[in-house]
Design a binder for this molecule. Structure first.
Ligand SMILES: [Fe+2]
Length: 343
């Protein structure tokens, strides 16, 4: 950039800063509010600082708690970027008016359209699939191939899945609504509840463990939980993964339900320029490796392979419904859960 342009830009930034009444904000710092915490994150963030000279201050917490925090900080929030999991949760943050639209040709080119907000309020940077697990001793390969199959009465008393307060299930139900409409989704939910092996309890890993314990024959959970059980089982989970089969559902029609880890620039971001640079960095090949591997997720950009353990689950066709729909359908999904009595 030549000196003249830099001066003009500098003047514009100063003017904008004076206009908001804030003290001058140099763009060499980025305040990241994140519900993510993995071993590979140190390298992920250090490389950004190396590339750009921008230091990252991290505030870590649970996704919904961070949303509340940013809300209560209001116009004075120091938060530049909010990073969390599940499009349904990103939608909640957006509903609360926390994000601002980002126009970036680099992001639009790198992140598939189905994995970002239509107006750039947030972007997905890795994906996870919500798949069906089964007991290899009691369920035959090919016996269950779709989410719709879970509603078959043959599974009565045999399915484990977590509660409806869980955002992953809310997004899954939202996708069922998108595929079949509310009435059919209600039928599906009702049949699911009838097929429960037990009242929903625990997280995704607990559903898989329940197969191992003989409590159920079929379970639903995100891919990274299973990869963790395969590659880094705790002492009590040793040998569990070997007993479990998995299915990428709906390969014959719309594809498997996928969700994102994603981020957006906050409406009151003091360092907007740095924030956009950071999102663009997350979609770069170097960052995608670290970002996806931190939690055994699928990179979103083309040309970057999933890590070997995740890849060993096999290739699959993903549902290309825009993940923003999971949020839009969330109130309807909640209504279905309430109606069918899915705790
Ligand atoms: Fe999770």
């Amino acid at each position: 950039m030549n000196t003249r342009r830099r001066t003009v830009l500098g003047a514009a930034v100063c003017f904008a800063v004076l206009g908001t009444g804030l003290s001058a904000q140099a763009q060499d710092v980025l305040n990241l509010y994140s519900s993510r915490h993995y071993q590979t994150d140190e390298a992920l963030y250090e490389n950004f600082t190396k590339e750009t000279g921008i230091e990252i201050n991290r505030i870590e917490g649970k996704g919904d708690a961070l949303i509340e925090r940013i809300k209560s900080e209001g116009a004075n929030s120091p938060a530049d970027v909010f990073l969390t999991v599940d499009a349904g949760r990103l939608w909640r943050a957006d509903q609360a008016g926390l994000f601002q639209p980002v126009e970036s040709a680099a992001l639009d080119a790198a992140v598939p359209e189905s994995l970002r907000h239509p107006d750039g309020h947030w972007f997905g940077f890795s994906t996870r699939a919500r798949v069906i697990y089964f007991d290899k001793a009691t369920v035959k390969e090919g016996e269950i191939t779709s989410y719709e199959d879970l509603a078959d009465p043959k599974w009565k008393g045999r399915i484990c899945i977590r509660s409806s307060s869980n955002i992953y299930n809310q997004s899954l139900m939202s996708s069922i609504i998108a595929a079949h409409g509310e009435a059919a989704a209600q039928e599906w939910g009702k049949a699911m509840v009838e097929n429960f092996a037990r009242n929903p309890v625990g997280g995704d890993t607990d559903q898989i463990r329940a197969i191992g314990a003989g409590e159920c024959d079929v379970a639903v959970g995100n891919t990274y939980y299973f990869v963790r059980l395969m590659t880094k089982p705790s002492d009590k989970d040793k040998g569990l993964a070997e007993k479990i089969g998995w299915v990428f559902p709906n390969q014959g029609d719309r594809g498997t339900h996928v969700n994102v880890s994603g981020a957006g620039v906050l409406k009151n971001a003091p360092h907007k320029e740095a924030a956009v640079k950071f999102l663009e960095y997350l979609a770069s090949p170097a960052a995608q490796r670290y970002f996806a591997d931190g939690n055994n997720e699928y990179p979103v950009i083309t040309g970057i392979e999933p890590n070997p353990a995740l890849k060993s689950l096999g290739d699959f066709k993903a549902d290309e419904l825009n993940v923003a729909i999971y949020g839009e359908n969330q109130p309807k999904a909640q209504k279905v859960f309430d109606t069918v009595g899915w705790p």
